[in-house]
Design a protein around this ligand. Structure first.
Ligand SMILES: [Zn+2]
Length: 163
């Protein structure tokens, strides 16, 4: 993905409350390897249930605040991330929900999906046995991941508009 600035990041969230924006923990933008990312995802070190998913749609930066479901999937089974389609131990995949309104105190509806627990799909698809990481395979996984994250944020935005 193209590099993002702190200012762009602070403006991009479609469903953040004012308080969430004020307390937004920024990821280390200077250490980021942008070429190896389809989206920027990070968890909030102070509010362990909060996470952030940001990507470019053309020239527009789109961001979602997501909330991890309490508990998790049953350990011992395998689960698949809906964004990168990696199958992982269930403890490393979690249900995240995006609130459909940015209003303070709103407890309305959400849209959820299963995502890698650390919101690090870009890293996950680049990890694994070398024969599964050929340039061709990586390019197609990368494109598919970007397509799925783009559809997820678009679905949330549409629902916000229609709400
Ligand atoms: Zn994933």
């Amino acid at each position: 993905m193209r590099e993002v600035t702190e200012t762009e990041l602070r403006r991009c969230f479609v469903n953040a409350t004012r308080q969430e924006l004020e307390q937004l923990p920024l990821p280390g933008l200077h250490e980021m390897i942008w070429d190896e990312r389809e989206y920027l995802g990070w968890r909030d070190p102070r509010s362990p249930r909060l996470g952030y998913v940001v990507h470019w749609r053309g020239d527009e930066l789109v961001g979602l605040v997501v909330r991890a479901a309490p508990g998790g999937l049953r350990p011992g089974i395998a689960a698949m991330c809906a964004l990168c389609h990696s199958t992982q131990p269930a403890t490393q995949v979690r249900m995240f929900s995006a609130r459909l309104a940015g209003l303070e105190g709103d407890t309305g509806s959400t849209i959820g999906t299963y995502i890698c627990d650390a919101l690090d799909c870009s890293h996950i698809i680049r990890t694994g046995p070398p024969h599964l990481l050929t340039a061709d395979r990586l390019a197609s996984r990368s494109e598919a991941l970007l397509g799925r994250v783009t559809r997820f944020t678009a679905r949330v935005e549409r629902a916000i508009r229609d709400a």
